[in-house]
Design a protein around this ligand. Sequence first.
Ligand SMILES: C[S@@+](CC[C@H](N)C(=O)[O-])C[C@H]1O[C@@H](n2cnc3c(N)ncnc32)[C@H](O)[C@@H]1O
Ligand code: SF4
Ligand code: SF4
Length: 317
Amino acid sequence: MEIMGRGFRQILQESPLYFHLGLKFAGYKLFNKRSPIYGSADITNVCNLHCKHCYWWLNRKEDEDLTLNQWEKVIEEKFKKQHVFVVTLVGGEPMMRPDIVELFIEKFPKRVCVVTNGTYSLPHFDNLYFYWISIDGTRQIHNEIRGEGTWEKTRKNIIDYVKNNGKKAWKDIWITMTINSKNFKTVRKVIEDWKELTNKIGFQFHTPFMKNDPLWLPFGKERNRLIDKIIEMQQNEYKDYIVNPKKQLELMKGRWGGKGTVPIDCPTWTILSLDHMGREKLPCCIGSAEKDSMKPRCEECGLGCYSVSIAYGMKGS
Ligand SMILES: C[S@@+](CC[C@H](N)C(=O)[O-])C[C@H]1O[C@@H](n2cnc3c(N)ncnc32)[C@H](O)[C@@H]1O
Ligand code: SF4
Ligand code: SF4
Protein backbone atom coordinates (compact mmCIF):
# COMPACT_ATOMS: atom_id res chain seq x y z
CA MET A 1 0.00 0.00 0.00
CA GLU A 2 1.23 3.51 -0.83
CA ILE A 3 -0.37 6.90 -0.31
CA MET A 4 1.29 9.78 -2.19
CA GLY A 5 4.54 7.81 -2.29
CA ARG A 6 4.47 6.95 1.44
CA GLY A 7 4.56 3.25 2.30
CA PHE A 8 2.56 1.57 5.09
CA ARG A 9 5.60 1.17 7.39
CA GLN A 10 6.55 4.79 6.95
CA ILE A 11 3.01 5.92 7.72
CA LEU A 12 3.12 3.85 10.93
CA GLN A 13 6.47 5.33 11.96
CA GLU A 14 5.11 8.80 11.36
CA SER A 15 2.01 8.35 13.49
CA PRO A 16 3.01 11.11 16.01
CA LEU A 17 3.12 13.55 13.11
CA TYR A 18 -0.36 12.53 12.02
CA PHE A 19 -1.54 13.45 15.50
CA HIS A 20 -0.58 17.09 14.81
CA LEU A 21 -2.09 16.88 11.35
CA GLY A 22 -5.31 15.52 12.85
CA LEU A 23 -5.37 18.39 15.34
CA LYS A 24 -4.95 20.89 12.51
CA PHE A 25 -7.82 19.37 10.50
CA ALA A 26 -10.07 19.14 13.54
CA GLY A 27 -9.20 22.73 14.56
CA TYR A 28 -10.10 23.92 11.08
CA LYS A 29 -13.31 21.93 10.72
CA LEU A 30 -14.61 22.61 14.24
CA PHE A 31 -13.32 26.11 15.02
CA ASN A 32 -12.13 27.45 11.65
CA LYS A 33 -8.64 27.61 13.20
CA ARG A 34 -6.06 28.06 10.45
CA SER A 35 -2.63 26.57 10.97
CA PRO A 36 -0.30 25.84 8.04
CA ILE A 37 -0.02 22.23 6.93
CA TYR A 38 2.82 22.68 4.49
CA GLY A 39 5.86 24.91 4.23
CA SER A 40 7.72 26.27 1.25
CA ALA A 41 11.07 28.00 1.24
CA ASP A 42 13.03 29.82 -1.46
CA ILE A 43 16.37 28.56 -0.21
CA THR A 44 18.32 30.61 -2.71
CA ASN A 45 17.91 33.84 -4.61
CA VAL A 46 19.97 32.67 -7.56
CA CYS A 47 19.08 30.71 -10.67
CA ASN A 48 21.10 29.42 -13.60
CA LEU A 49 18.14 29.77 -16.01
CA HIS A 50 15.79 32.54 -17.06
CA CYS A 51 12.63 30.70 -18.14
CA LYS A 52 10.02 32.59 -20.13
CA HIS A 53 7.12 31.84 -17.79
CA CYS A 54 8.88 32.32 -14.44
CA TYR A 55 7.20 34.35 -11.69
CA TRP A 56 10.32 34.37 -9.51
CA TRP A 57 12.33 36.67 -11.78
CA LEU A 58 9.49 39.22 -11.73
CA ASN A 59 10.07 40.19 -8.10
CA ARG A 60 13.72 39.30 -7.67
CA LYS A 61 15.80 42.09 -6.10
CA GLU A 62 18.78 41.54 -3.79
CA ASP A 63 21.61 39.10 -4.27
CA GLU A 64 21.65 38.08 -0.62
CA ASP A 65 21.08 34.54 0.63
CA LEU A 66 20.87 33.15 4.17
CA THR A 67 23.65 31.05 5.66
CA LEU A 68 23.21 27.50 6.89
CA ASN A 69 23.00 28.71 10.50
CA GLN A 70 20.43 31.35 9.64
CA TRP A 71 18.24 28.75 7.88
CA GLU A 72 18.56 26.48 10.90
CA LYS A 73 17.08 29.26 13.02
CA VAL A 74 14.29 29.94 10.53
CA ILE A 75 13.41 26.23 10.42
CA GLU A 76 13.02 26.13 14.20
CA GLU A 77 11.23 29.45 14.58
CA LYS A 78 8.86 29.17 11.65
CA PHE A 79 8.34 25.64 10.39
CA LYS A 80 8.98 23.48 13.50
CA LYS A 81 7.01 25.74 15.79
CA GLN A 82 3.96 25.42 13.56
CA HIS A 83 4.39 21.65 13.01
CA VAL A 84 4.29 21.83 9.22
CA PHE A 85 4.10 18.35 7.74
CA VAL A 86 5.89 18.60 4.38
CA VAL A 87 8.29 21.32 3.22
CA THR A 88 8.87 22.13 -0.43
CA LEU A 89 12.17 23.73 -1.37
CA VAL A 90 12.18 26.14 -4.26
CA GLY A 91 14.04 29.27 -5.30
CA GLY A 92 15.63 30.27 -7.64
CA GLU A 93 17.25 26.95 -8.25
CA PRO A 94 17.50 25.01 -4.95
CA MET A 95 20.16 22.61 -6.22
CA MET A 96 22.57 25.55 -6.25
CA ARG A 97 22.45 25.24 -2.43
CA PRO A 98 22.76 21.48 -1.71
CA ASP A 99 23.99 22.32 1.82
CA ILE A 100 20.61 23.87 2.67
CA VAL A 101 18.73 21.00 1.02
CA GLU A 102 20.67 18.60 3.24
CA LEU A 103 19.88 20.64 6.36
CA PHE A 104 16.14 20.62 5.63
CA ILE A 105 16.17 16.86 5.00
CA GLU A 106 17.98 16.31 8.30
CA LYS A 107 15.28 18.34 10.09
CA PHE A 108 12.33 16.85 8.15
CA PRO A 109 13.30 13.30 7.12
CA LYS A 110 11.10 11.95 4.28
CA ARG A 111 9.15 15.20 4.35
CA VAL A 112 11.13 17.41 1.99
CA CYS A 113 10.36 17.81 -1.73
CA VAL A 114 12.84 19.68 -3.89
CA VAL A 115 11.45 21.48 -6.93
CA THR A 116 14.31 21.70 -9.40
CA ASN A 117 15.02 22.40 -13.03
CA GLY A 118 17.18 19.24 -12.99
CA THR A 119 20.11 20.80 -14.83
CA TYR A 120 22.51 20.09 -11.94
CA SER A 121 23.34 16.48 -11.18
CA LEU A 122 20.91 15.09 -8.63
CA PRO A 123 22.57 13.90 -5.42
CA HIS A 124 21.04 10.98 -3.55
CA PHE A 125 19.78 11.96 -0.09
CA ASP A 126 18.74 8.98 2.04
CA ASN A 127 15.76 10.72 3.56
CA LEU A 128 14.49 12.87 0.72
CA TYR A 129 10.74 12.64 0.08
CA PHE A 130 11.17 13.25 -3.67
CA TYR A 131 12.46 15.55 -6.38
CA TRP A 132 9.80 17.47 -8.30
CA ILE A 133 11.48 18.02 -11.66
CA SER A 134 10.05 20.74 -13.87
CA ILE A 135 9.40 19.70 -17.45
CA ASP A 136 7.57 22.14 -19.67
CA GLY A 137 6.83 20.24 -22.85
CA THR A 138 8.51 18.12 -25.48
CA ARG A 139 12.24 18.57 -25.95
CA GLN A 140 11.79 21.45 -28.39
CA ILE A 141 9.17 23.37 -26.41
CA HIS A 142 10.86 22.81 -23.05
CA ASN A 143 14.07 24.22 -24.57
CA GLU A 144 12.20 27.20 -26.03
CA ILE A 145 10.85 28.01 -22.56
CA ARG A 146 13.87 27.07 -20.43
CA GLY A 147 16.83 27.56 -22.76
CA GLU A 148 18.70 25.52 -25.38
CA GLY A 149 20.01 22.18 -24.14
CA THR A 150 18.17 22.23 -20.81
CA TRP A 151 15.90 19.27 -21.67
CA GLU A 152 18.90 17.12 -22.61
CA LYS A 153 20.79 18.05 -19.40
CA THR A 154 17.79 17.28 -17.22
CA ARG A 155 17.10 14.01 -19.04
CA LYS A 156 20.70 12.91 -18.55
CA ASN A 157 20.68 13.80 -14.85
CA ILE A 158 17.48 11.81 -14.29
CA ILE A 159 18.80 8.79 -16.21
CA ASP A 160 22.06 8.92 -14.20
CA TYR A 161 20.17 9.20 -10.91
CA VAL A 162 17.97 6.21 -11.72
CA LYS A 163 20.96 4.17 -12.95
CA ASN A 164 23.29 4.97 -10.06
CA ASN A 165 21.08 4.82 -7.00
CA GLY A 166 19.58 1.36 -6.82
CA LYS A 167 16.43 -0.44 -7.92
CA LYS A 168 14.02 1.97 -6.29
CA ALA A 169 15.66 5.25 -7.31
CA TRP A 170 13.02 6.01 -9.97
CA LYS A 171 10.53 6.39 -7.14
CA ASP A 172 12.31 9.58 -6.02
CA ILE A 173 11.64 11.37 -9.30
CA TRP A 174 8.32 13.10 -9.89
CA ILE A 175 7.65 15.36 -12.86
CA THR A 176 5.84 18.68 -12.58
CA MET A 177 4.52 20.35 -15.70
CA THR A 178 3.19 23.92 -15.77
CA ILE A 179 0.76 24.02 -18.67
CA ASN A 180 0.64 27.17 -20.78
CA SER A 181 -0.44 28.33 -24.24
CA LYS A 182 2.88 27.15 -25.74
CA ASN A 183 2.93 23.61 -24.39
CA PHE A 184 -0.68 22.54 -23.81
CA LYS A 185 -0.73 20.28 -26.85
CA THR A 186 2.26 18.30 -25.57
CA VAL A 187 0.79 16.85 -22.38
CA ARG A 188 0.40 13.28 -23.66
CA LYS A 189 3.89 13.31 -25.21
CA VAL A 190 5.39 14.55 -21.93
CA ILE A 191 3.75 11.62 -20.13
CA GLU A 192 5.10 9.20 -22.74
CA ASP A 193 8.60 10.72 -22.56
CA TRP A 194 8.89 10.35 -18.77
CA LYS A 195 6.60 7.53 -17.64
CA GLU A 196 9.21 4.75 -17.75
CA LEU A 197 11.85 6.70 -15.87
CA THR A 198 9.83 8.37 -13.14
CA ASN A 199 7.28 7.70 -10.40
CA LYS A 200 4.56 10.35 -10.87
CA ILE A 201 3.56 13.42 -12.80
CA GLY A 202 1.60 16.43 -11.56
CA PHE A 203 0.05 19.18 -13.67
CA GLN A 204 -0.69 22.79 -12.90
CA PHE A 205 -1.45 25.78 -15.11
CA HIS A 206 0.53 28.94 -15.73
CA THR A 207 -0.52 31.79 -13.41
CA PRO A 208 -0.14 35.24 -14.95
CA PHE A 209 1.03 38.42 -13.20
CA MET A 210 -0.48 40.72 -15.81
CA LYS A 211 -3.68 40.88 -17.84
CA ASN A 212 -3.46 39.40 -21.33
CA ASP A 213 -0.32 37.39 -20.56
CA PRO A 214 0.12 35.42 -23.81
CA LEU A 215 1.36 32.36 -21.90
CA TRP A 216 -1.91 32.00 -19.98
CA LEU A 217 -4.16 29.30 -21.44
CA PRO A 218 -7.57 31.00 -21.46
CA PHE A 219 -10.62 29.45 -19.82
CA GLY A 220 -12.90 27.97 -22.41
CA LYS A 221 -13.28 25.12 -24.84
CA GLU A 222 -9.64 24.31 -25.53
CA ARG A 223 -8.64 24.30 -21.85
CA ASN A 224 -11.70 22.24 -20.90
CA ARG A 225 -10.99 19.68 -23.60
CA LEU A 226 -7.41 19.29 -22.34
CA ILE A 227 -8.52 18.94 -18.71
CA ASP A 228 -11.11 16.33 -19.68
CA LYS A 229 -8.37 14.44 -21.51
CA ILE A 230 -6.07 14.54 -18.46
CA ILE A 231 -8.94 13.33 -16.25
CA GLU A 232 -9.62 10.48 -18.65
CA MET A 233 -5.94 9.44 -18.64
CA GLN A 234 -5.83 9.77 -14.84
CA GLN A 235 -8.80 7.46 -14.46
CA ASN A 236 -7.65 4.86 -16.96
CA GLU A 237 -4.22 4.19 -18.44
CA TYR A 238 -2.23 6.51 -16.13
CA LYS A 239 -4.11 5.90 -12.89
CA ASP A 240 -0.98 5.42 -10.75
CA TYR A 241 1.07 8.00 -12.60
CA ILE A 242 -0.94 11.23 -12.72
CA VAL A 243 -1.22 12.63 -9.18
CA ASN A 244 -3.90 15.31 -9.62
CA PRO A 245 -7.30 14.29 -8.26
CA LYS A 246 -10.29 14.73 -10.59
CA LYS A 247 -11.86 17.37 -8.37
CA GLN A 248 -8.76 19.55 -8.57
CA LEU A 249 -8.53 19.21 -12.35
CA GLU A 250 -12.20 20.19 -12.70
CA LEU A 251 -11.51 23.33 -10.61
CA MET A 252 -8.77 24.34 -13.05
CA LYS A 253 -11.37 24.88 -15.77
CA GLY A 254 -12.33 28.25 -14.35
CA ARG A 255 -11.80 30.86 -11.67
CA TRP A 256 -11.41 29.16 -8.31
CA GLY A 257 -9.09 31.31 -6.21
CA GLY A 258 -10.16 34.93 -6.13
CA LYS A 259 -10.85 38.12 -8.00
CA GLY A 260 -8.25 40.32 -9.66
CA THR A 261 -5.16 39.90 -7.50
CA VAL A 262 -7.14 39.25 -4.31
CA PRO A 263 -7.47 35.69 -3.01
CA ILE A 264 -10.99 34.84 -1.82
CA ASP A 265 -11.59 31.09 -1.77
CA CYS A 266 -7.91 30.23 -2.08
CA PRO A 267 -6.67 28.56 1.15
CA THR A 268 -3.44 30.58 1.31
CA TRP A 269 -3.11 29.74 5.02
CA THR A 270 -2.41 26.06 4.28
CA ILE A 271 1.16 26.80 3.15
CA LEU A 272 3.61 28.90 5.14
CA SER A 273 5.76 30.34 2.35
CA LEU A 274 9.11 31.95 3.07
CA ASP A 275 11.33 33.91 0.73
CA HIS A 276 15.13 33.70 0.48
CA MET A 277 15.51 35.83 3.64
CA GLY A 278 13.05 33.73 5.66
CA ARG A 279 10.30 36.38 5.40
CA GLU A 280 6.71 35.38 4.83
CA LYS A 281 5.51 35.80 1.26
CA LEU A 282 2.03 37.12 0.49
CA PRO A 283 -0.49 36.30 -0.73
CA CYS A 284 0.97 32.84 -1.49
CA CYS A 285 4.10 30.93 -2.45
CA ILE A 286 4.46 32.78 -5.77
CA GLY A 287 3.99 36.18 -4.13
CA SER A 288 6.55 38.28 -2.31
CA ALA A 289 7.38 39.68 1.13
CA GLU A 290 7.76 43.16 -0.38
CA LYS A 291 4.70 45.45 -0.35
CA ASP A 292 5.34 47.06 -3.73
CA SER A 293 5.86 43.76 -5.56
CA MET A 294 4.06 42.46 -8.65
CA LYS A 295 1.09 40.31 -7.71
CA PRO A 296 -0.22 37.07 -9.16
CA ARG A 297 -3.67 37.19 -10.76
CA CYS A 298 -5.86 35.03 -8.53
CA GLU A 299 -8.62 35.35 -11.09
CA GLU A 300 -6.63 33.30 -13.60
CA CYS A 301 -4.68 31.15 -11.16
CA GLY A 302 -3.70 27.62 -12.08
CA LEU A 303 -1.45 26.70 -9.15
CA GLY A 304 -1.64 23.07 -8.11
CA CYS A 305 -0.51 23.36 -4.50
CA TYR A 306 -3.53 25.43 -3.35
CA SER A 307 -6.24 24.14 -5.69
CA VAL A 308 -5.53 20.64 -4.38
CA SER A 309 -6.27 21.86 -0.83
CA ILE A 310 -9.62 23.21 -2.03
CA ALA A 311 -10.32 19.84 -3.65
CA TYR A 312 -9.76 18.28 -0.20
CA GLY A 313 -12.18 20.66 1.50
CA MET A 314 -10.06 23.61 2.75
CA LYS A 315 -11.04 27.13 1.82
CA GLY A 316 -10.61 30.81 2.51
CA SER A 317 -7.58 33.05 2.52
C1 LIG B 1 10.07 29.10 -9.63
S1 LIG B 1 10.47 27.43 -9.93
C2 LIG B 1 11.76 27.15 -8.70
C3 LIG B 1 12.33 25.76 -8.75
C4 LIG B 1 13.21 25.41 -9.93
N1 LIG B 1 14.03 26.47 -10.33
C5 LIG B 1 12.38 24.90 -11.09
O1 LIG B 1 12.34 25.51 -12.15
O2 LIG B 1 11.78 23.84 -10.91
C6 LIG B 1 9.13 26.51 -9.20
C7 LIG B 1 8.07 26.03 -10.17
O3 LIG B 1 7.24 27.13 -10.51
C8 LIG B 1 6.87 26.98 -11.86
N2 LIG B 1 6.46 28.31 -12.36
C9 LIG B 1 7.24 29.33 -12.72
N3 LIG B 1 6.51 30.39 -13.11
C10 LIG B 1 5.21 30.04 -12.99
C11 LIG B 1 3.98 30.71 -13.21
N4 LIG B 1 3.93 31.96 -13.64
N5 LIG B 1 2.83 30.03 -12.96
C12 LIG B 1 2.86 28.75 -12.48
N6 LIG B 1 4.01 28.08 -12.24
C13 LIG B 1 5.16 28.71 -12.49
C14 LIG B 1 8.11 26.42 -12.50
O4 LIG B 1 7.82 25.82 -13.76
C15 LIG B 1 8.56 25.43 -11.47
O5 LIG B 1 7.96 24.17 -11.67
S1 SF4 C 1 14.70 27.40 -13.39
FE1 SF4 C 1 12.97 27.71 -12.01
S2 SF4 C 1 13.46 29.58 -10.85
FE2 SF4 C 1 14.87 29.47 -12.57
S3 SF4 C 1 13.93 30.75 -14.10
FE3 SF4 C 1 13.27 28.65 -14.49
S4 SF4 C 1 11.33 28.38 -13.37
FE4 SF4 C 1 12.35 30.23 -12.63
S1 SF4 D 1 -2.46 30.53 -5.23
FE1 SF4 D 1 -1.83 32.70 -5.10
S2 SF4 D 1 -2.39 33.53 -7.08
FE2 SF4 D 1 -3.47 31.61 -6.89
S3 SF4 D 1 -5.46 32.19 -6.07
FE3 SF4 D 1 -4.17 31.66 -4.36
S4 SF4 D 1 -3.31 33.61 -3.66
FE4 SF4 D 1 -4.10 33.93 -5.72
